[in-house]
Design a protein around this ligand. Structure first.
Ligand SMILES: NC(=O)c1ccc[n+]([C@@H]2O[C@H](COP(=O)([O-])OP(=O)(O)OC[C@H]3O[C@@H](n4cnc5c(N)ncnc54)[C@H](O)[C@@H]3O)[C@@H](O)[C@H]2O)c1
Length: 345
């Protein structure tokens, strides 16, 4: 049995990962500061982690060092982070504190107290300025927005620790992840969470641009499967977690409507800049966000090569797009009901 720390364990991906590790018989230690995480994510049919999870901030150096001193972790999954892109753009210093400094705090604790392996949650957003598809791990055109920059910097510190101290560190660049525990009710939900929420309340989902933007979507169970496989990888590695296939937002909308019996509700199409309208601060101040950045995020195409994950770790994604959406809808509808029908339009 391995002793494994999962940060961000009350979030979408961290909670699913923690559950899988627990089912595999590992000893799991969960940590989250609940800035975005939900107690709801900690309740599974066969286990309830609500009383076990440590309410701790990854920026709190002393607490993190104490935690690592008291536990000899075999593996550390550093999943905690500020994920919503507009939130990072709105408060860049905080995004850097959590996503970069928080990662360095974890790496340093792992160095001092000897965690065998650190696995870091990075993102396909680092490829936002790439125009070579499918994007490969070895070629990143430096990103522009704050969120991908925090993750790209954090990756750089992962490399630094691996090379300087001989630690085993893997950065996983997640494509667009979907599956149960996706948060349908946060201010800026991931697109599938948003679609489920709008159809649930019989509203027409507002799609930016034509809806024909295509992205690489990976199902959470497949991601978790690869996250487990990389535990034994030595040295430093960066791995795309993707399907190397693309689907449009319109396609996702159609399948979601069908899964929810809401095919009669048609989406509403608006221009790209509406995506950022909930964030007026970005249009204030001496310098305002550029058209290029605004449109780039909405229009972006993602497709990540996954041959490294296949070749080195023997991994293949298994859950097809439609099946994954149906499973997410089943969970999402229940979660909205359970959480008392919060209705953030
Ligand atoms: N969901 C995706 O499509 C996607 C894609 C690429 C990368 N990622 C990365 O994967 C990770 C998990 O994403 P998610 O979708 O599960 O997001 P999430 O917001 O559901 O989970 C992140 C968790 O981290 C916690 N957290 C935030 N700041 C913290 C802090 N200072 N200390 C302790 N805990 C803190 C939050 O409370 C939350 O529970 C993130 O690092 C994200 O950047 C996600």
């Amino acid at each position: 049995m391995k002793k494994i720390l999962v940060t961000g364990a009350a979030g979408f991906i961290g909670s699913q990962l923690a559950h899988r590790l627990w089912k595999d018989g590992e000893y799991v230690v969960l940590l989250d500061n609940f800035s975005y995480g939900l107690e709801d994510n900690l309740i599974f049919d066969d286990v309830d982690f609500r009383n076990e999870i440590l309410r701790m901030d990854v920026r709190d150096r002393k607490s993190v060092l104490d935690l690592f001193r008291d536990n000899e972790f075999d593996v550390v999954y550093h999943i905690a982070g500020i994920t919503p892109l507009p939130d990072c753009q709105m408060d860049p210093a905080k995004a850097v504190e959590v996503n970069v400094m928080g990662t360095v705090v974890i790496l340093e604790a792992a160095r001092r107290f000897g965690a065998g392996k650190v696995i870091f949650a990075s993102t396909s957003a680092v490829y936002e300025n790439n125009d070579d598809f499918p994007s490969v791990e070895g070629h990143v055109v430096p990103p522009g927005l704050i969120y991908p920059n925090t993750k790209y910097s954090a990756e750089s510190f992962c490399r630094s620790y691996a090379e300087t101290y001989g630690m085993n560190v893997t950065c996983l660049r997640f494509a667009n992840v979907f599956g149960p525990h996706i948060d349908c009710l946060r201010k800026q939900p991931p697109v599938l969470g948003y679609l489920i929420r709008e159809f649930y309340y019989d509203r027409s989902p507002v799609l930016h641009s034509t809806g024909e933007q295509k992205r690489d979507f990976v199902y959470v169970d497949d991601l978790v499967d690869l996250a487990v496989r990389v535990q034994d990888g030595t040295g430093f590695d960066v791995v795309n977690v993707s399907t190397n296939a693309v689907h449009s937002i319109n396609e996702m909308t159609g399948i979601t409507a069908r899964a929810m019996g809401k095919e009669h509700i048609r989406p509403t199409y608006v221009s790209s800049d509406n995506y950022w309208k909930k964030y007026p601060e970005l249009y204030e101040g001496a310098y305002v966000i550029s058209e290029k950045a605004l449109n780039g995020e909405v229009e972006k195409y993602t497709c990540l090569d996954n041959s490294h994950a296949r070749d080195r770790y023997g991994w293949t994604p298994k859950v097809d797009f439609e099946t994954g959406i149906y499973r997410t809808v089943t969970f999402g509808v229940e979660a909205i009901r359970r959480r008392g029908g919060e209705n953030d339009g």
